[in-house]
Write a protein that binds this ligand. Structure first.
Ligand code: HEC
Length: 202
Protein backbone atom coordinates (compact mmCIF):
# COMPACT_ATOMS: atom_id res chain seq x y z
CA UNK A 1 0.00 0.00 0.00
CA UNK A 2 1.29 3.40 -0.73
CA UNK A 3 0.86 6.27 1.71
CA UNK A 4 -1.76 7.69 -0.58
CA UNK A 5 -3.92 4.60 -0.09
CA UNK A 6 -4.17 5.13 3.64
CA UNK A 7 -5.19 8.77 3.38
CA UNK A 8 -8.49 9.15 5.22
CA UNK A 9 -11.28 10.61 3.20
CA UNK A 10 -12.01 13.67 5.34
CA UNK A 11 -10.42 17.05 5.01
CA UNK A 12 -10.57 20.04 7.36
CA UNK A 13 -9.52 23.40 5.98
CA UNK A 14 -7.21 21.67 3.57
CA UNK A 15 -5.68 19.45 6.25
CA UNK A 16 -5.79 15.74 5.48
CA UNK A 17 -5.06 12.79 7.77
CA UNK A 18 -3.15 9.54 7.27
CA UNK A 19 -4.16 6.35 9.04
CA UNK A 20 -0.76 4.92 9.97
CA UNK A 21 -0.56 1.65 11.90
CA UNK A 22 1.40 1.71 15.18
CA UNK A 23 4.95 0.43 14.82
CA UNK A 24 5.34 -3.30 15.39
CA UNK A 25 7.64 -2.93 18.45
CA UNK A 26 5.08 -0.69 20.14
CA UNK A 27 2.30 -3.21 19.66
CA UNK A 28 4.50 -6.02 21.05
CA UNK A 29 5.36 -3.98 24.15
CA UNK A 30 1.67 -3.18 24.58
CA UNK A 31 0.62 -6.84 24.52
CA UNK A 32 3.61 -7.96 26.58
CA UNK A 33 2.70 -5.48 29.33
CA UNK A 34 -0.89 -6.74 29.40
CA UNK A 35 0.28 -10.36 29.70
CA UNK A 36 2.83 -9.38 32.36
CA UNK A 37 0.14 -7.59 34.37
CA UNK A 38 -1.80 -10.87 34.51
CA UNK A 39 1.14 -12.68 36.14
CA UNK A 40 1.84 -9.70 38.39
CA UNK A 41 -1.76 -9.65 39.59
CA UNK A 42 -1.81 -13.42 40.17
CA UNK A 43 1.43 -13.25 42.19
CA UNK A 44 0.55 -10.34 44.44
CA UNK A 45 -3.23 -10.61 44.77
CA UNK A 46 -3.99 -14.33 44.46
CA UNK A 47 -0.74 -16.20 44.91
CA UNK A 48 2.08 -16.31 47.37
CA UNK A 49 3.39 -12.77 46.86
CA UNK A 50 3.36 -10.34 49.79
CA UNK A 51 0.80 -7.55 49.88
CA UNK A 52 2.06 -3.99 49.62
CA UNK A 53 1.41 -3.73 53.35
CA UNK A 54 3.54 -6.80 54.11
CA UNK A 55 6.36 -5.65 51.85
CA UNK A 56 6.35 -2.30 53.59
CA UNK A 57 6.46 -4.09 56.93
CA UNK A 58 9.45 -6.16 55.82
CA UNK A 59 11.27 -3.02 54.77
CA UNK A 60 10.51 -1.42 58.12
CA UNK A 61 11.99 -4.53 59.81
CA UNK A 62 15.10 -4.28 57.62
CA UNK A 63 15.54 -0.66 58.72
CA UNK A 64 15.25 -1.79 62.34
CA UNK A 65 17.96 -4.38 61.78
CA UNK A 66 20.22 -1.66 60.43
CA UNK A 67 19.53 0.45 63.50
CA UNK A 68 19.89 -2.42 65.99
CA UNK A 69 23.51 -1.71 66.80
CA UNK A 70 22.83 1.94 67.46
CA UNK A 71 20.08 0.99 69.91
CA UNK A 72 22.03 -1.79 71.62
CA UNK A 73 21.87 -0.04 75.00
CA UNK A 74 18.60 1.69 74.45
CA UNK A 75 16.86 2.90 77.56
CA UNK A 76 13.39 1.41 77.65
CA UNK A 77 10.79 3.53 79.40
CA UNK A 78 7.00 3.67 79.39
CA UNK A 79 7.30 6.94 77.48
CA UNK A 80 9.65 5.49 74.83
CA UNK A 81 7.25 2.59 74.23
CA UNK A 82 4.25 4.93 74.09
CA UNK A 83 6.01 7.08 71.49
CA UNK A 84 6.57 4.06 69.27
CA UNK A 85 2.85 3.22 69.49
CA UNK A 86 2.16 6.41 67.59
CA UNK A 87 4.75 5.68 64.88
CA UNK A 88 2.78 3.92 62.17
CA UNK A 89 5.85 2.96 60.10
CA UNK A 90 7.38 1.28 63.11
CA UNK A 91 4.08 -0.40 64.00
CA UNK A 92 3.78 -1.76 60.45
CA UNK A 93 7.16 -3.44 60.88
CA UNK A 94 6.16 -4.81 64.24
CA UNK A 95 2.91 -6.25 62.90
CA UNK A 96 5.04 -8.21 60.40
CA UNK A 97 7.23 -9.58 63.20
CA UNK A 98 4.16 -10.35 65.33
CA UNK A 99 2.65 -12.41 62.51
CA UNK A 100 5.90 -14.31 62.05
CA UNK A 101 6.90 -14.92 65.66
CA UNK A 102 3.91 -14.54 67.96
CA UNK A 103 0.84 -15.41 65.91
CA UNK A 104 1.36 -19.18 66.14
CA UNK A 105 0.39 -18.94 69.80
CA UNK A 106 -1.46 -15.62 70.15
CA UNK A 107 -3.25 -15.65 66.72
CA UNK A 108 -2.54 -13.07 63.98
CA UNK A 109 -5.10 -10.71 65.51
CA UNK A 110 -3.62 -11.17 69.01
CA UNK A 111 -6.94 -12.54 70.31
CA UNK A 112 -5.19 -15.68 71.56
CA UNK A 113 -6.12 -19.27 71.00
CA UNK A 114 -4.21 -21.66 73.19
CA UNK A 115 -2.43 -18.65 74.70
CA UNK A 116 -3.62 -15.45 76.37
CA UNK A 117 -5.73 -12.89 74.59
CA UNK A 118 -3.66 -9.72 74.06
CA UNK A 119 -6.65 -7.69 72.86
CA UNK A 120 -8.65 -7.56 76.09
CA UNK A 121 -8.18 -5.54 79.28
CA UNK A 122 -7.10 -8.52 81.40
CA UNK A 123 -3.47 -9.29 82.06
CA UNK A 124 -1.80 -12.11 83.98
CA UNK A 125 1.61 -10.48 83.99
CA UNK A 126 0.53 -6.85 83.90
CA UNK A 127 -1.00 -4.66 81.21
CA UNK A 128 1.18 -1.56 81.56
CA UNK A 129 3.61 -1.04 78.71
CA UNK A 130 6.66 -1.66 80.89
CA UNK A 131 5.12 -4.83 82.31
CA UNK A 132 4.38 -6.08 78.80
CA UNK A 133 7.96 -5.28 77.81
CA UNK A 134 9.25 -7.23 80.81
CA UNK A 135 7.09 -10.26 79.94
CA UNK A 136 8.45 -10.22 76.39
CA UNK A 137 12.04 -9.74 77.57
CA UNK A 138 12.04 -12.34 80.35
CA UNK A 139 9.34 -14.75 79.18
CA UNK A 140 7.33 -16.76 81.69
CA UNK A 141 9.29 -19.46 83.48
CA UNK A 142 7.82 -22.92 83.04
CA UNK A 143 5.42 -21.76 80.31
CA UNK A 144 5.62 -21.75 76.54
CA UNK A 145 6.24 -18.00 76.55
CA UNK A 146 10.01 -17.78 76.18
CA UNK A 147 12.37 -14.86 76.63
CA UNK A 148 12.72 -12.94 73.36
CA UNK A 149 15.84 -11.07 74.43
CA UNK A 150 18.30 -13.01 72.26
CA UNK A 151 16.08 -13.22 69.20
CA UNK A 152 14.68 -9.70 69.06
CA UNK A 153 17.12 -7.44 70.91
CA UNK A 154 16.08 -4.25 72.77
CA UNK A 155 14.74 -2.20 69.87
CA UNK A 156 12.43 -4.86 68.52
CA UNK A 157 11.32 -5.90 72.01
CA UNK A 158 10.45 -2.27 72.68
CA UNK A 159 8.58 -2.18 69.36
CA UNK A 160 6.83 -5.41 70.21
CA UNK A 161 5.69 -4.07 73.57
CA UNK A 162 4.37 -1.00 71.73
CA UNK A 163 2.59 -3.18 69.19
CA UNK A 164 0.97 -5.27 71.95
CA UNK A 165 0.10 -1.89 73.50
CA UNK A 166 -1.89 -1.03 70.36
CA UNK A 167 -3.78 -4.33 70.63
CA UNK A 168 -4.92 -3.75 74.21
CA UNK A 169 -8.61 -3.15 74.62
CA UNK A 170 -9.44 -3.91 70.96
CA UNK A 171 -11.48 -6.93 72.12
CA UNK A 172 -11.22 -8.81 68.83
CA UNK A 173 -14.22 -11.11 68.24
CA UNK A 174 -13.80 -14.75 69.16
CA UNK A 175 -11.03 -13.96 71.60
CA UNK A 176 -9.95 -16.26 74.39
CA UNK A 177 -11.74 -15.72 77.72
CA UNK A 178 -10.18 -13.11 80.01
CA UNK A 179 -7.47 -14.17 82.44
CA UNK A 180 -5.75 -12.25 85.18
CA UNK A 181 -6.45 -8.78 86.50
CA UNK A 182 -8.46 -6.11 84.73
CA UNK A 183 -6.34 -3.11 83.84
CA UNK A 184 -7.76 0.31 83.38
CA UNK A 185 -5.63 1.01 80.36
CA UNK A 186 -4.95 4.60 79.63
CA UNK A 187 -5.23 4.08 75.95
CA UNK A 188 -2.83 6.13 73.97
CA UNK A 189 -4.67 6.30 70.70
CA UNK A 190 -3.22 3.49 68.62
CA UNK A 191 -2.29 4.41 65.07
CA UNK A 192 -4.23 2.84 62.26
CA UNK A 193 -2.06 0.16 60.69
CA UNK A 194 -2.59 1.06 57.10
CA UNK A 195 -1.04 0.75 53.70
CA UNK A 196 2.19 2.66 53.03
CA UNK A 197 1.99 6.41 52.58
CA UNK A 198 1.13 7.66 49.12
CA UNK A 199 4.02 7.64 46.73
CA UNK A 200 5.58 4.43 48.08
CA UNK A 201 6.52 2.29 45.15
CA UNK A 202 5.95 -1.44 44.97
C1 HEC B 1 5.03 -20.94 71.83
C2 HEC B 1 3.89 -20.08 72.13
C3 HEC B 1 4.10 -18.59 72.29
C4 HEC B 1 4.72 -17.70 71.46
C5 HEC B 1 5.39 -17.99 70.12
C6 HEC B 1 4.58 -16.40 72.05
N1 HEC B 1 3.89 -16.49 73.23
FE1 HEC B 1 3.38 -14.97 74.44
N2 HEC B 1 2.56 -16.27 75.76
C7 HEC B 1 2.48 -17.64 75.59
C8 HEC B 1 1.86 -18.24 76.78
C9 HEC B 1 1.56 -19.71 77.00
C10 HEC B 1 1.61 -17.18 77.67
C11 HEC B 1 0.96 -17.28 79.05
C12 HEC B 1 1.98 -17.59 80.10
C13 HEC B 1 1.27 -17.84 81.42
O1 HEC B 1 0.42 -18.71 81.46
O2 HEC B 1 1.61 -17.16 82.38
C14 HEC B 1 2.04 -15.96 76.99
C15 HEC B 1 1.94 -14.69 77.53
C16 HEC B 1 2.25 -13.53 76.87
C17 HEC B 1 2.05 -12.20 77.40
C18 HEC B 1 1.45 -11.87 78.75
C19 HEC B 1 -0.04 -11.92 78.68
C20 HEC B 1 -0.68 -11.55 80.02
O3 HEC B 1 -1.88 -11.78 80.16
O4 HEC B 1 -0.01 -11.00 80.90
C21 HEC B 1 2.48 -11.31 76.46
C22 HEC B 1 2.46 -9.81 76.54
C23 HEC B 1 2.96 -12.09 75.34
N3 HEC B 1 2.82 -13.42 75.62
C24 HEC B 1 3.50 -11.53 74.18
C25 HEC B 1 4.09 -12.29 73.17
C26 HEC B 1 4.80 -11.72 72.06
C27 HEC B 1 4.97 -10.24 71.79
C28 HEC B 1 5.25 -12.76 71.33
C29 HEC B 1 6.10 -12.71 70.07
C30 HEC B 1 7.36 -12.01 70.14
C31 HEC B 1 4.81 -13.98 71.97
N4 HEC B 1 4.13 -13.66 73.09
C32 HEC B 1 5.06 -15.24 71.50
C33 HEC B 1 2.90 -18.34 74.50
C34 HEC B 1 3.59 -17.82 73.41
Amino acid sequence: MSDQDRLLDHEYDGIQEFDNPLPGWWVYVFWASIIYSGFYWMYYEVGIGPTVHEEYGMEAVAVMDLLAEKYADLEVTEQAIAEKMADSTFMNGMSTIFKKKCATCHHTSGRGDACPNLTDDFWVHGGDLMQIYTTIRDGVAGKEMKSWQAELGPLKMLGMAAYVGTLRGKNVNGGRAPEGIKYDIKIIKPPEITAPPAGTKK
